[in-house]
Every structure is written in C-alpha cells, then in structure tokens.
Ligand binder design. Sequence first.
Ligand code: PGA
Length: 255
Amino acid sequence: MEIFVVPTASATGSVAAGILAAVIRSKPDAVLGLATGGSPLPIYAALAGHTVDMSRVSGFALDEYVGLPAGHPESYAEVVRREVTERLQLDPAKVAVPDGSAADPERAAADYDAAIRAAGGIDVQILGIGHNGHLAFNEPGSALDSRTRVEVLTERTRAANARYFSTAEEVPLRCITQGLGTIMEARHLLLVVNGVDKAGILAAALNGPVTADCPASVLQRHPHVTVVADEAAASQLAPGSGRVAVRVAGARAGV
Ligand code: PGA
C-alpha cells in the first residue's frame, strides 16, 4: 500500500489527479471507477487541468440513490454529469451510473455488476471513506465479497448526506452500490481522504482488523492500493502504515 500525505484537501486532488493522468497516458482507453461525495471533487478539478486525451476513457460510478426522480440534481447521475463528465469532457455515452429509478433495482444492480465485467473491469477505482467506514454505500455489516446490490443507508450516512438536500427527510432510504467484492476486482484502488473527522476511521481501516464492521478495512487485502490523505486525516495512522515510500512534490509519503 502506498500512502501519500499532503498538506491540504486540494493537494489530495492534485496528487490523485497526477496518478490518474499517468494511467490514462499509458492506457488511453482506461476504465475509471468514479466516486461522488466531497472527497473526490478536488481530483476532478485537478484532472481537468491536465492535458490528457480523455476521448477513449470510460467510467462506472460507484453508487446511486434509489428512488430519486430522473434528473434530480443530487442523483449521482447528475453529480457525475456536472462534476466529472462535463468537466473532463468525457463522452457521456461511456460513463455508466447504476439505474436508481429502475422498476426492479435489484435487477439493475446485477446488470450493472455484469456490465463492469463485460467492459473488462475497472483499471482505477476512486474511493472515499465514510465516517462509519463505509466504502461506496457498503455500510458496516456488508459482506466483504458482496456484489453490486440494493442497500439500505444508515441514519449516519443519511445525516452526512443531508447537506446536499433541502431537508434531511429528502435523503433517500436506499441505494444501489457496487459491492465490496466488485470494488476489490478493480486493478488499482485510489482512496482519497481529508479532514480530521476521518482520522479515526482511516486508522481503523488501514491499521485495524479486516472486518465487515469497518468495510474499508477490506482494502488491506487488495494488492494495489494508493491512499492520498491530507495531514489531518492521516494524523492517527500508525507509523509504518505506508510500506512503500514514494516522494512527490509537496507530499510526505510512507507514514
Ligand atoms: P465524503 O463521503 O467524501 O463526502 O466525505 C465519503 C463517503 O461517504 O464515502
């Protein structure tokens, strides 16, 4: 596992965008796994500043709410369109988001899992971590080998996401999320974390036991994980967490 520790949240975006740009240059038809939420936004902003040909890049979002009307501004389909597809000039036809308004969401989830496989799998999966250790919307208790499916959001996750809605009640109760097993099949996992409020859970995920109680702990079992964290989020990591130390400008690597 490589861990880059950088001074600010915006620097997490620069470092992660540099990693993605290098992947796309070496594989112009790379398949990206796209995350929403606050943590990845600096990545997309920074990647937009790179001169890299995105015309053959495709993407799969990690998750989507179930039950928001199509076109709802906080549906992840819309967030991905605004924050990723338009900014990076990705071909919208090449970017998939689970269908949260499908008549049969379980079926839509299974089809989505199959579509990722049919596309040859994900080259780099961008990830954030929730305060409860969730990865995508795999809440605590999710099987470590789970597939893309319908999940019920915890109250903690609904409360964290209420900031995007006018009232807390508007946050949907359910979602379609890539499963932990699905995520683990991506060839490279790129976790971005910022803020002191994530320090405890990041340390639990990377230094604690691998357990469904902390879904992000499954990252410890993946052969190619890069963590990019700001100083605040990295502040509780055990010394020696980063087994591979790599230096980049402005970053202290290998905690
Ligand atoms: P955040 O969400 O980046 O908005 O903090 C991360 C997550 O809940 O996975």
